[in-house]
Design a protein around this ligand. Structure first.
Ligand code: HGY
Ligand code: MN
Ligand code: MN
Length: 412
């Protein structure tokens, strides 16, 4: 029963229909969280779920739950899901594959009139990307009690628009209290967003864990002054100091091979005028590593460097710890269900650790959780050229169905 074939064409058609919403010139997607385009994608998903006979509920942080009833309504649902929001220059598969593969699994169960003991749900988590509003994984973070709802609702974007107001504006501030929603187990299908599966010629990644992350916000304060008459020796140039910090962050990333990652993704220079010596610079830091102790050593190295540099450079350097979650291991039973699903379906598979953060990392804190990866072309993601094949998407969906059914106990 756990190997009834999903409908490859229908899954691909849904992915391509969703990709039309927020389509960009280079073939990617831009559906920033809580924008009109995010609403359009959510509305389409909700309609598809209702067409598939699901009962749809929404919680107060905008997470969408579509439930296919089971024979025992009191049993906690087996949940599949991911996110529909994208990066500004995002792709057509990051997050979307996990949500629409969950929908395809439900459509397939309907086609074959499969009854399950436990209900089955597909969920779309709010703001997994953390681009417009930081940090990432907000919807699943509120759902699991990592973030406070009011704190998240008060967050503002670069235009000063509050999360809570935008959520209400698009009509997705639901009634359900976040977290007051049982989860029996959770499976998330996602593109790998790295090069390993493709290089190893494997179709399925059996995700055993996700690496830990530390995010910082650094503000460098120097002194604005005229680019002409201000002699070099007396300048307090915030951008020169910030550039040294960027170099050090990159050095720290290279210092713990092969897994450490270190990125400065955002930098705001003030006043950002070509003939004014920058008075202040804001920059973000993203550190990652599968071992918590190494992540701590990277943390210490960054802070020690900034302390030394502040003395030498006559500038003030504020380093704020913005976000942290430790490396997360998934549940053995779920990992085995994924591995067995790949084996039954005859797909080449390998164990893999996730370099990216996912909602599954937070859900793993409240329910048995597993993840499935499929390759993406050249391992490229968070880029408009992100690409995956219909065959790999279908393979991931097939394994997702298997793992979900194994936990929902298919009756007939
Ligand atoms: O940052 C991440 O790993 C994910 O894309 N939110
Ligand atoms: Mn994602
Ligand atoms: Mn992403």
């Amino acid at each position: 029963m756990t190997n009834i074939p999903i409908n490859t064409d229908r899954l691909w058609a849904s992915l391509m229909d969703m990709a039309k919403i927020g389509a960009t010139e280079k073939g990617g997607n831009c559906r920033l969280t809580l924008t009109d385009l995010d609403k359009e994608g959510r509305d389409l998903f909700v309609q598809w779920c209702k067409d598939a006979g699901c009962n749809v509920t929404i919680d107060a942080v905008g997470n969408i739950f579509a439930r296919r009833p089971g024979q025992d309504p009191l049993k906690a649902p087996v949940m599949m899901g991911s996110h529909l929001d994208t990066q500004p220059t995002g792709g057509r598969f990051d997050g979307v594959l996990g949500v629409l593969a969950g929908l395809e699994a439900i459509r397939t169960l309907n086609d074959h009139a499969v009854k399950t003991e436990a209900p089955i749900e597909v969920v779309c988590w709010t703001n997994e990307e953390g681009s417009r509003y930081a940090p990432a994984m907000m919807g699943s973070g509120v759902f699991t009690g990592v973030f406070e709802l009011d704190e998240i609702r008060a967050k503002t974007d670069l235009d000063g628009l509050a999360f809570g107001d935008e959520l209400e504006r698009i009509g997705y501030a639901g009634q359900q209290k976040p977290g007051a929603h049982e989860v029996g187990s959770y499976f998330e299908l996602h593109i790998e967003q790295g090069p390993i599966l493709e290089a190893e010629e494997r179709t399925i990644g059996v995700v055993t864990a996700a690496q830990g992350q530390r995010w910082y916000e650094i503000t460098v304060i120097g002194q604005e002054s005229h680019a002409g008459p201000t002699p070099m020796p007396i300048r307090r140039d915030a951008l020169v100091t910030a550039s040294k910090i960027v170099q050090e962050i990159n050095r720290i990333g290279h210092h713990y091979p092969p897994h450490a990652c270190a990125t400065v993704g955002q930098m705001l220079v003030n006043p950002n005028s070509r003939n004014v010596i920058p008075g202040s610079v804001f920059l973000t830091v993203d550190f990652r590593h599968p071992a918590d102790e190494t992540l701590s050593m990277m943390d210490q190295a960054l802070k020690a460097f900034c302390t030394r540099l502040a003395d030498q450079s006559k500038t003030q350097i504020d380093v704020v710890d913005f976000w942290y979650f430790p490396p997360t291991h998934f549940e053995d039973r779920c990992i085995e269900a994924v591995r067995e699903g790949a084996r039954v379906a005859g797909f080449e598979h390998m164990d893999i650790v996730s370099g990216a953060g996912h909602d599954a990392v937070y859900i793993a804190g409240v329910a048995p959780t597993g993840m499935i990866f499929v390759p993406c072309e050249n391992g490229i993601s968070h880029n408009e050229i992100e690409n995956a094949s219909p065959e790999d998407c279908a393979a991931g969906c097939q394994v997702l169905l298997h793992a979900t059914l194994a936990h929902a106990v298919a009756l007939d």
